[in-house]
Write a protein that binds this ligand. Structure first.
Ligand code: TRP
Ligand code: ZN
Length: 484
């Protein structure tokens, strides 16, 4: 979904329809030569959509030639058999004249595909599902693909960054991961540059809970199975989707007119419950710094599977490993994942290289939350990191961390320090205006580091390239920041 281009795309669609009527497009996928007349009807060449969006770090992620608006994911999971069966409907618009297009889908067997209601042929090339519609798709036009599939879902192996995706647990399943996860349970344009809205219908055996993103849509039981509905109406990057099935302690509430839905694995201790119960309080504090909470729902999920050792900012409902709460209450991690709701989820990456835009802001939010709760000030946190960061942190540029460094200490800590250096350089007033404006202007969209630097310069009226060069791209410890 590219929000800013909606208007343009509709214009293009209208024009194309006109041309189509004139030229008499057939369904063979290539078009007849235009008539030799003054009529400006272009001849159309339908070509295969690319198998990746062109991310320098992950060339195979996502696909070219279309833009998804909405996914409807309906799956049934049987934990006893570890069997997933489902249908995913992809509402999209072509951004090129397409003979075929790809979706990302790992494992699982596709049983049927239709495009605009007509049967389409399909083949698999590793984790790419290649779909050939009965007739070519015209640039600017909307289309609907429906994919039926089944199989035993498997996580995606990644030795450097950790496996991502669907895990079978003793009582259910967890689908979670960054930078990829979604393609292990539904066909998807799996790159954050193509955000879309999502509706989920998850069917599980009676007695189990199925939690996902967004607003809860209730549950209904029939013949021993319960279908849980979830709806994420704000554009979401695919890696921020999650599915957690199991036995949970559920807490629900309404906060400022929005549903709160918290789920804690029954095996987790009480500090998990009390920590994520602080979600709305932390969100309300972050609002004072970043501007309005960007989504329609609040919540958190705590899981106990030992293979999950992280928390992830899954949209509107982060997932936390229970280990965060083993020592007692921990709201720092809640502040981190909630900060991502603004930075990462609402303002998303156009390319994975810019990951510091997510993690640097989330780290800085932890420092602000600590200060707010009368622990170290953000300035003290900066000083501590500046004094103690390892040589590796100064060697690794957080603005260009490389794939192995994507979740490195530099991205988190030096990313956070970069924001504090900016604050010192431009002063508190300009700094917090920059942060709020960034969240507001890029809300529901995607953004780049270059755009952030430009915004910071615009609002502060200062030349900031030397500062960002040193903090984001340098391979030596930068000098202490000074007020510019
Ligand atoms: N982005 C997560 C955070 O900082 C951390 C993370 C990186 C992660 N890779 C992951 C979490 C894979 C779960 C799975 O909050
Ligand atoms: Zn993070």
């Amino acid at each position: 979904m590219r929000v800013t281009r909606h208007r343009l795309r509709m214009g293009a669609a209208l024009l194309v329809t006109g041309a189509l009527a004139l030229s008499g497009c057939d369904s063979t996928g290539t078009e007849a030569e235009p008539a030799p007349s003054a009529s400006p009807t272009p001849s159309r060449t339908f070509t295969a959509g690319a198998a990746g969006v062109g991310d320098a770090y992950f060339p195979s992620y996502g696909n070219g030639g279309y833009d998804v608006d909405r996914y409807t994911v309906k799956v049934r999971y049987d934990p006893k058999k570890d069997q997933l069966t489902g249908t995913t409907t992809v509402q999209a618009s072509a951004t090129a004249d397409l003979s075929t297009f790809n979706l990302d889908l790992a494992g699982l067997t596709v049983t049927a595909v239709t495009v605009d209601g007509a049967p389409a042929t399909h083949r698999r090339e590793r984790n790419e599902l290649v779909i050939k519609p009965a007739s070519g798709l015209i640039n600017g036009n909307g289309f609907v693909a429906e994919i039926a599939y089944t199989g035993v879902p498997k996580p995606l192996k990644n030795e450097t960054l950790g496996d991502g995706g669907f895990l079978h647990t003793p009582d259910g399943a967890i689908a979670l991961g960054q930078p990829e996860s979604a393609s292990t349970w539904f066909p998807v344009n799996d790159h954050p540059s193509d955000k879309a809205t999502y509706d989920f219908e998850i069917t599980v055996p009676d007695g189990l809970t199925a939690v996902s993103n967004g607003v809860p849509g209730g549950k209904a039981s029939k013949d021993g199975w319960t279908t849980w509905k979830w709806s994420e109406k704000s554009p979401m990057a695919s890696y921020l989707s999650t599915l957690v099935i199991g036995e949970f302690r559920i807490t629900t509430a309404t906060h400022r007119g929005k549903p709160v839905y918290n789920a804690v694995a029954t095996a987790a201790n009480g500090s998990a419950d009390s920590s994520i119960a602080e979600t709305t309080k932390v969100a309300d504090y972050l609002e004072t710094v970043f501007g309005p909470y960007p989504f329609d729902a609040y919540g958190g999920v705590v899981v106990t599977d030992s293979r999950i050792s992280y928390a992830l900012e899954t949209q509107s409902r982060p997932v936390y490993a229970a280990s965060f709460f083993r020592q007692g209450e921990n709201t720092e991690v809640v502040a981190h994942e909630l900060a991502h709701q603004w930075f990462g989820d609402s303002v998303s990456l156009a390319k994975w290289e810019d990951i510091w835009l997510n993690e640097g802001f989330a780290t800085y939010a932890e420092w602000l939350w600590a200060e707010h709760t009368r622990k170290d000030t953000a300035e003290e946190a900066f000083d501590t990191q500046y004094a103690r960061a390892s040589a590796q942190v100064w060697k690794t540029p957080p603005g260009k961390p490389g794939v192995p460094g994507l979740f490195s200490e530099s991205v988190y800590q030096r990313g956070g320090m970069t924001l504090h250096a900016l604050r010192v350089a431009v002063g508190d007033e300009a700094f917090f205006e920059i942060v709020k404006t960034w969240a507001a202007e890029k809300r529901n969209g995607t953004a780049t580091t270059a755009e952030f630097v430009a915004l910071a310069e615009r609002i502060s009226g200062k030349q900031l390239d030397a500062l960002f060069d040193a903090w984001l791209y340098g391979t030596k410890k930068p000098a202490l920041p000074k007020r510019l």
